[in-house]
Design a protein around this ligand. Structure first.
Ligand code: ADP
Length: 182
């Protein structure tokens, strides 16, 4: 089974939900940069204080900051992992490639979760997180389109990319992803 995975897709596509589920059922480390950053904000750490305003605006926190987080987690972990919300731009993807070279590991599969904008907006508005107001959501979708979507071509070129339709029930979507892991 593939056990070094990366989840890609717009905010609201359900990456976090599916990643948590699959990581638990397959014993993988679930590495969500969004969750880790929110934990830093909640703890009031220096890192959290730096990230808070940027996240509230729906922009990306600095590459250096998220890279430091990902690096320390991957260095201290043995076994499989599932990256969720990282990389989010080409610079992060290149830094990840370099880090994985160092660790003599490689990505085995990139799962692209796809969903219509209309459904994305509905889901995010229903979630009610602090950065889930309509204006901020629209901005996050724009940031996704401009900075993150280019990663689709990057991983397609490496022949790692598989797409999954992210509309439907949670278990149904988990089943679609499971089918790609075998
Ligand atoms: P969503 O999937 O709904 O966009 P996340 O929890 O993945 O939510 O991310 C929330 C916010 O955290 C982002 O809008 C961004 O400000 C910050 N963030 C998360 N991951 C990264 C990353 N890899 N690089 C830069 N900023 C990030």
């Amino acid at each position: 089974m593939k056990q070094r995975l990366l989840f890609l897709g717009p905010p609201g596509a359900g990456k976090g939900t599916q990643a948590a589920q699959l990581a638990a059922s397959h014993g993988l480390l679930h590495l969500s940069t969004g969750d880790l950053l929110r934990a830093e904000v909640a703890a009031g750490s220096a890192l959290g204080q730096e990230a808070e305003a940027v996240m509230a605006r729906g922009e990306l926190v600095s590459d250096q900051l998220v890279l430091a987080i990902v690096r320390s987690r991957l260095l201290s972990h043995q076994g499989g992992w599932l990256l969720d919300g990282f990389p989010r731009n080409l610079a992060q993807a290149e830094a990840l490639d370099q880090l994985l070279d160092e660790l003599e590991q490689r990505i085995e599969l990139v799962v692209l979760m796809q969903l219509d904008d209309e459904l994305l907006l509905q889901r995010l508005l229903g979630r009610g997180r602090q950065d889930d107001t309509e204006a901020v959501i629209r901005h996050r979708l724009e940031v996704y389109r401009q900075q993150t979507a280019p990663l689709i071509a990057h991983y397609r070129q490496q022949q790692l990319l598989q797409s999954v339709e992210a509309a439907g029930g949670i278990a149904e979507i988990t089943g679609r992803i499971e089918a790609l892991l075998a």
